[in-house]
Ligand binder design. Structure first.
Ligand code: FES
Length: 80
């Protein structure tokens, strides 16, 4: 089963970092050959803008995500 990554694409989250986080996630997937193991989808604003950028992986919500923490989260998800 592919792991589900959901990225808030609402304007607040996107402008405040999910644009870069999305690039970082795509690069991570490519570099680690995980294309078949991941399903990425975008979410509309979920009214948690103040805590954004927001990303959910396998239903677990992560807030204030930046390009450093997303790598830690992905390592935790795929390498542990
Ligand atoms: S834009 Fe992401 S929660 Fe509002």
């Amino acid at each position: 089963m592919p792991k589900k990554i959901q990225i808030c694409m609402g304007s607040s989250c996107f402008a405040r970092g999910n644009n870069k986080n999305l690039d970082a996630i795509m690069r991570y997937i490519k570099d680690n050959g995980l294309e078949a193991e991941v399903e990425i989808s975008g979410l509309r604003c979920c009214n948690q803008c103040a805590n954004g950028p927001n990303i959910a992986i396998e239903g677990v919500e992560y807030h204030n995500v930046d390009t450093g923490t997303i790598i830690d989260i992905l390592d935790k998800t795929f390498k542990e």
